[in-house]
Structures are given as structure tokens and as C-alpha cells.
Design a protein around this ligand. Structure first.
Ligand code: SAM
Length: 329
């Protein structure tokens, strides 16, 4: 079992396979996109597989593939298929915006993907365009239905933003009446990739819950699974469920079981830290597996207590305003 210096079990890796994305969500990156990584800077699939294989041997049980948008990277199904065969890996899942995903759903099912996080901030096509700057709403909905058809669990991730999509909260909750989806409302985080300062949030987890309870007073708390980042609820007679993720308020650090690897190979012990080492650089410098494992263990032994501490350290670094696309959500 892999433990950190605070006695927390680490068993979940989020691997971002690219920084590129086919949407331009205003809260994630500027309209012109980012200064994309060159191919040389990206980890190759072989390097990813090698890193994942070692981490699974060390105690990682679940890997989530994210990005950028995973399905814009060429041959992503080859990586997913290879990962799905890793001995000891209990769960492989994906976070996607759903634009290019529908044609791959049958194959995802075949390789054993049981759950997909689908990012969707609105059920209104015009607002979708306003938020993402792309006309792709129909494709995302097709992906959602395709996943449900193949009996793959769907978790819808909705970032709640003042003045942008708070009118979508109730329609999204209503979606859970007929569909067995879990809709998770996420506090907006300061990762918009444009370097502007960020002065906190209006729609925190308390306000989101109050908004839902106002329309659905009989909403019920349900038990939160181990390591859950969401407070989970259900409305009687609804097929699906509701989650609220206090990603900005950071209420869940005490049980944090996750690490991240960015597309260029940076290992992050916390979403809010600045990266603790670069796995790709170490591999390319020729370190052997034993040395790499030792270096990783040392990094896990110096994890910050929580996201506030990690952010504080990072503020000393001038590149604070990173895009979520380079971190992996
Ligand atoms: N492209 C994939 C997708 O859209 O799901 C995976 C990467 S995306 C960066 C992962 C998640 O991060 C998405 O659900 C997105 O809404 C969320 N995200 C991006 N920027 C965010 C921000 N500033 N605050 C909160 N969530 C954010």
C-alpha cells in the first residue's frame, strides 16, 4: 500500500495525455487557446505506460485519463487498451468533453471502462456555445446517450459560474429524474489560463446546495463513498443522483488519495501545487526503475497537508495562473 507523509493512502492517478482541447471554455483557457506543448515536450505513450506500470506496482489502483481533451490525441484508444491490461489496475476511467467520444463508446465498453465523467455546463445549446465558444452541444448529448446505452456509468461535471450558467442548475438536477446519471456541480477554481487575478467565488458549495433545496426541499443526503470529493444527494423517485464538489473550498483534502501527471510528465501531489518532479525528464535522463521508484516515494513523502498549503507555496511562483487543461482537471 502506498502512503504519504500524512498517512493518507495514495491509490488514484489522474493522467493528462494532452494539453490540447477542441473546446475553449472561457473559465479554462483563452479563446486563442494556449501556447501548446510541442510533441517533444509531451510524454510518449510508451513513457506513460512505463510510468503507469510502475505506479500500479507501487499501489495505484485507479487511473483516470484526462487532458486537455483525451480524444484529440492521436490513437488514444491504443493507450487506453494497453492501460486496461495492466496487472493490478482495478479501474480505468476517462474525463471527456464528449465532442469526439461517441464513436469510441462501444470499444471503451469492450476494454472494461465502467465509468466516464462527461463535462457539461448547460443543457441550453446557445449557452453551451457562449461558454465553450464551439457549436458542439449535439455531439456531447449524443455521447451521453451512447454511454447510457452501453451501460457505462455517466457522471456529468458542471462548473457553476455566477452570471453564466446558474439558471442551468435546476434543469440539470431535473435530468436525474429520468436518466440514471450523476450530476456533479463543481465550484469554479482559479485555473483559467489567462493570468488574470481571481478574487474567490460567489457560488460555493453551500449556495449551490441551497439553490437545489429551494426547488427540491425533499432532497436527501446519501452516504459519500470512500475518498469521494463530492457531497452526495438524491431526490426521491429520481433515477440519478446529485453531487456537489467543493473544489475551491477544498473540504476534502484530509482523505486525498490522488496524484496527477501532466502531459509533459510533471508529477503533482496536489491540484494546487506547482509540480514536484518531472517523470519524463527522469526517464529520458536514463534513470532505472529502482531509482525512479525511490524518487517517487520521496515525493509522496513530502506531500502538503492540504490545497491551501500547496497554493501558498505556489504563490511564490510567478506562473500561478495555469490552465486546467495543463493540469488535467
Ligand atoms: N477535456 C476534458 C473535459 O472537458 O472533461 C478533460 C479535461 S478538463 C480540464 C477537466 C475538467 O476540468 C472539466 O470538467 C472542466 O469543466 C474542469 N475545469 C476546467 N477549468 C476549471 C475551472 N477553472 N474550475 C473548475 N473546473 C474547471
Amino acid at each position: 500500500m502506498l502512503l504519504d507523509n500524512h498517512g493518507r493512502k495514495i491509490n488514484y492517478l489522474r493522467l493528462a495525455v494532452t494539453d490540447r482541447c477542441n473546446l475553449r471554455c472561457f473559465y479554462c483557457m483563452p479563446e486563442e487557446g494556449l501556447d501548446w506543448l510541442s510533441r517533444k515536450e509531451l510524454m510518449t505513450y510508451e513513457e506513460m505506460l512505463q510510468a503507469c506500470s510502475l505506479l500500479v506496482k507501487m499501489g495505484i489502483e485507479k487511473i483516470r485519463i484526462t487532458g486537455g481533451e483525451p480524444f484529440v490525441r492521436k490513437d488514444i484508444m491504443k493507450l487506453l487498451t494497453a492501460l486496461s491490461k495492466l496487472d493490478g489496475l482495478k479501474e480505468l476511467s476517462i474525463t471527456t468533453n464528449g465532442v469526439l467520444t461517441a464513436p469510441h463508446v462501444a470499444e471503451l465498453k469492450e476494454i472494461g471502462v465502467r465509468s466516464v465523467n462527461l463535462s457539461l455546463d448547460t443543457l441550453d445549446a446557445n449557452r453551451f456555445f457562449a461558454i465553450t465558444r464551439r457549436d458542439e452541444f449535439a455531439n456531447v448529448m449524443e455521447t451521453m446517450h451512447e454511454l447510457l446505452k452501453h451501460d457505462i456509468e455517466v457522471k456529468i461535471n458542471t462548473v457553476v459560474m455566477a452570471g453564466k450558467n446558474t439558471q442551468d442548475i435546476i434543469p440539470l438536477v431535473e435530468l436525474t429524474k429520468e436518466l440514471p446519471v450523476s450530476v456533479r456541480f463543481i465550484e469554479e477554481m482559479p485555473f483559467n489560463g489567462d493570468g488574470h487575478s481571481y478574487s474567490g467565488i460567489v457560488w460555493d458549495y453551500v449556495k449551490i446546495f441551497d439553490e437545489i433545496r429551494h426547488t427540491f426541499p425533499d432532497i436527501q443526503k446519501v452516504p459519500d463513498p470512500l475518498y469521494s470529493t463530492s457531497y452526495n444527494y438524491q431526490i426521491p423517485d429520481h433515477k440519478g443522483s446529485i453531487g456537489i464538489i467543493a473544489a475551491y473550498s477544498r473540504t476534502f483534502c484530509g482523505t486525498c488519495n490522488r496524484i496527477r501527471i501532466t502531459p509533459q510528465g510533471t508529477l503533482k501531489n496536489c491540484l494546487y501545487d506547482d509540480g514536484v518532479l518531472n517523470i519524463k525528464d527522469l526517464m529520458r535522463a536514463g534513470v532505472n526503475t529502482i531509482e525512479l521508484e525511490e524518487t517517487l516515494r520521496a515525493a509522496f513523502n513530502s506531500r502538503e497537508k492540504d490545497g491551501w498549503q500547496a497554493e501558498q507555496k505556489r504563490k511564490e511562483n510567478p506562473n500561478f495562473h495555469e490552465s486546467m487543461a495543463t493540469i488535467g482537471g
